[in-house]
Design a binder for this molecule. Structure first.
Ligand code: DGP
Length: 135
């Protein structure tokens, strides 16, 4: 898609600091890093979200996320990572080409994604689980 900035990075039309390329994925430094070495891993094919990535592409793609994580570890020696992605505008997704944030952490005591929860009354677990199972 010519109007997708990550498709343009994948094709070479837009400059980025590439750190890894494979037949299925491209990885480059986030232009607005949250930590040194903050890297984005994107599938070569355009998929807005994980739901849009074909099932037969998912394994290869996530294997490359692992490769990139190991490369960042080898280069920068973080103590841990937050690895994940924003799925949908209301979760903070701003670029609608699936990308996994590989975000190195350099100090202990980090809070996980659970810290994004709102707390309070979060519903009855058994009812919620049943609804998800039957969906
Ligand atoms: P998200 O909120 O999950 O959609 O994150 C999008 C990320 O993409 C954000 O951390 C900044 C980064 N980004 C946006 N535009 C560019 C760009 O043109 N080049 C690079 N390298 N990163 C970009």
């Amino acid at each position: 898609m010519s109007d997708c900035i990550f498709c343009r990075i994948v094709s070479g039309a837009l400059q980025a600091h590439l750190v890894y390329e494979s037949p299925s994925a491209v990885a480059f430094l986030d232009r607005f890093p949250a930590a040194p070495g903050h890297t984005l891993v994107v599938p070569r094919i355009h998929a807005e979200t994980l739901n849009d990535l074909p099932d037969d592409a998912i394994g290869d793609f996530f294997r490359e996320v692992k490769v990139v994580t190991r490369k960042v570890t080898g280069a920068l020696h973080p103590v841990a990572f937050n690895i994940g992605w924003n799925h949908g505008a209301d979760a903070g997704q701003r670029v609608f080409h699936l990308h996994v944030h590989v975000l190195p952490r350099y100090s202990p005591g980090g809070r996980g994604v659970q810290a994004m929860g709102s707390g309070g009354d979060l519903g009855e677990l058994s009812e919620i689980a049943a609804a998800i199972r039957s969906a």
